[in-house]
Write a protein that binds this ligand. Structure first.
Ligand SMILES: Nc1nc2c(ncn2[C@@H]2O[C@H](COP(=O)(O)OP(=O)(O)O)[C@@H](O)[C@H]2O)c(=O)[nH]1
Ligand SMILES: [Mg+2]
Length: 448
C-alpha cells in the first residue's frame, strides 16, 4: 500500500514538473514576442511585419446536443465542480474554463479582455451577455495548459437562442485547437443543428474535430451501444461534407463508483489527445519562433540592401545632376566669353588680364572666334537664343535627375543591425534551449 502511495506521489511530482516545463516553454516563447523593447512583435512592426504572439494555452471547444455530458466532462477533467450540470440545467451561453491563481467567475466583457484572440465574437449581436469565464485553481491533468470552451446544448426546432448560436460556434471553432463533438445515446443523438454545424466546421478544420459517444454507460448492452453508434455514424456519413472513411468514435463516460459499468471507457484517450495537441502546439510554437526570427533577419538584410542601393543611386543621380548643371552654366558663360573676346576692343582685354595673358586667350580662342565672326548677325542672335534654351534645358534635366530616394538615418540603421544581431544570437539561442528542454522532458516522460 505504502509502495503504491509512494509511486503515485513520484508520478505526481513528475507530472507537476512536466507541466511546469511545458508551461514555462510557452510562457517564455510568449515573452520573446511581447517584450516591450526587444519583443519580436515590436521589431517586426518596425519592419512592416505583423507578428502575433503565441498563445500560452490550447483551446478545446466542446459541442453537442443538450445534456450530452459536455459540462460533466469538463468537471471530470478539472476534478472540480466548475460547470453546472444536469438534464434540466442548460449551459445558456459560452463558458471559458481555465486555470488561474484563484477561483473566480468573470463576465462577458472581462472574458473578452482575458482572451483578446476572441474579440471578434463581439461582432455577433448579443453574445457578449452570454459569455463567462470560470477560473479554477486546479492543476489536474494538463489543465494548466488548456482552456475549455463549453457551448450551449444544441437542440432542433423552435428553440430561440438569444444570439446567432451557429455563427458563434463557427467563429470559436476557428480559434480552437480541438473541437470535441459529444453524441449521447439517449438524447437527440442526431440533432440536425449539431450535424449542420459539425459539417461546416469540418470544411475548414477537419483535423481538429473528434467525435465521441458520451455517456456510453447509459447505452445499455453492448449490442445496443453498437446499434446507437452505427446509427450516428450512418447519419454522419449521409452528410457529403462529413463522409470520410474510417470514422472514429471512442466511447466515453464518467464512471460512477455506485453504478459500475462493464462498458469500455476510452476517456483516457481524450486526455492523451489533449496532451498530444499540447505537445504539437509547443513544437509548432517553437518552429514558428525560428521562422519569425529568420523572417526578421531577412527583412533587415533586405532593408539594408535597399538602403545601400538607394544611397548609391542617390550618389549617381547627384553626379549626373552636377554634370548637367555644369553644362547649363558653362554654355552661356562660354558664349559670353566668346562674344567678349571677339567683339570687345583688345585694349579692354589687355587692361583686364594683362597683355601676355590677353594674347594667350585670344590665340586659344581663335577657332571659336573666327567661327563666330563668320556667322552673320541674324544667325548670331538665333545661336544666342539656342544656347540659352539649351542651357535652360540642361538645368531642368539636372533637377529631374538629381531626385534622391529616401535613406535610413545612420542611427536607425545601427539599431536595425543591433536588433538583427539580438534575434539571431539571443532569440535563436533561446529557442534552441527551449527545444532541448522540451525534448529532454519528453524523453524522461517515456522513461517513466
Ligand atoms: N451515466 C452518465 N451520466 C452522465 C455522464 N455525463 C453526464 N451525465 C449526466 O448527464 C446529465 C447532463 O450532463 P451535462 O454535463 O449537464 O450535459 P451538457 O448539457 O452537455 O453540459 C447530468 O445529469 C449528468 O450527471 C456519464 O458519462 N454517464
Ligand atoms: Mg452544460
Amino acid at each position: 500500500m505504502s509502495g503504491k502511495v509512494k509511486h503515485r506521489t513520484a508520478a505526481n511530482t513528475a507530472e507537476a514538473a512536466t507541466v511546469t516545463v511545458n508551461e514555462k516553454i510557452l510562457k517564455e516563447c510568449h515573452n520573446l514576442y511581447t517584450d516591450a523593447d526587444n519583443g519580436l512583435v515590436s521589431i517586426g512592426e518596425n519592419l512592416g511585419l505583423k507578428l502575433l504572439p503565441p498563445r500560452k494555452k490550447i483551446n478545446v471547444m466542446l459541442m453537442g446536443n443538450h445534456s450530452a455530458g459536455k459540462s460533466s466532462f469538463i468537471n471530470w477533467y478539472v476534478e472540480e465542480h466548475v460547470q453546472r450540470t444536469g438534464v434540466a440545467i442548460e449551459t445558456q451561453g459560452f463558458s471559458f474554463v481555465t486555470s488561474g491563481r484563484k477561483r473566480e467567475s468573470l463576465t462577458g466583457n472581462a472574458t473578452l479582455h482575458l482572451y483578446p484572440h476572441f474579440k471578434t465574437l463581439q461582432e455577433i449581436e448579443g453574445v457578449v451577455d452570454y459569455l463567462n469565464t470560470e477560473i479554477s485553481t486546479s492543476k489536474q491533468k494538463k489543465f494548466s495548459l488548456v482552456t475549455f470552451i463549453d457551448t450551449p446544448g444544441l437542440v432542433d426546432g423552435d428553440m430561440k437562442y438569444p444570439f446567432d448560436v451557429n455563427q458563434s460556434i463557427l467563429w470559436l471553432g476557428d480559434l480552437c485547437d480541438l473541437i470535441f463533438v459529444f453524441f449521447d445515446p439517449i438524447g437527440q443523438a442526431l440533432c440536425k443543428r449539431t450535424l449542420n454545424i459539425v459539417e461546416q466546421l469540418n470544411e475548414s478544420h477537419p483535423e481538429r474535430i473528434r467525435f465521441y459517444l458520451s455517456k456510453a454507460d447509459e447505452a445499455g448492452h453492448e449490442s445496443d451501444r453498437q446499434r446507437v453508434m452505427m446509427q450516428i455514424v450512418q447519419e454522419l456519413c449521409k452528410r457529403p461534407g462529413l463522409n470520410k472513411t474510417g470514422f472514429e468514435m471512442p466511447t466515453i463516460y464518467i464512471s460512477n463508483p455506485s453504478k459500475p459499468s462493464r462498458c469500455v471507457n476510452q476517456i483516457e484517450e481524450v486526455c492523451k489527445d489533449i496532451e498530444k495537441t499540447i505537445n504539437q502546439t509547443i513544437q509548432n510554437t517553437l518552429n514558428q519562433l525560428e521562422r519569425d526570427c529568420e523572417q526578421i533577419s531577412t527583412l533587415v538584410d533586405d532593408t539594408i540592401r535597399a538602403d545601400n542601393m538607394a544611397r548609391s543611386h542617390n550618389l549617381k543621380a547627384k553626379l549626373k545632376g552636377m554634370v548637367f548643371s555644369l553644362l547649363g552654366f558653362l554654355l552661356p558663360i562660354t558664349l559670353i566669353f566668346t562674344l567678349l573676346v571677339a567683339s570687345a576692343p583688345r585694349r579692354i582685354l589687355n587692361n583686364l588680364v594683362g597683355e601676355d595673358m590677353a594674347q594667350a586667350i585670344v590665340s586659344f580662342m581663335v577657332p571659336i572666334t573666327t567661327l563666330w565672326e563668320n556667322v552673320d548677325d541674324e544667325n548670331q542672335l538665333a545661336i544666342l537664343a539656342m544656347v540659352l534654351v539649351a542651357s535652360g534645358i540642361c538645368l531642368i534635366i539636372s533637377r529631374i535627375i538629381n531626385k534622391s530616394k529616401p535613406t535610413l538615418q545612420r542611427r536607425s540603421k545601427k539599431i536595425l543591425i543591433e536588433k538583427q544581431e539580438y534575434v539571431n544570437s539571443h532569440v535563436k539561442a533561446q529557442k534552441k534551449k527551449l527545444y532541448a528542454e522540451y525534448l529532454q522532458q519528453s524523453v524522461s516522460e517515456h522513461d517513466l
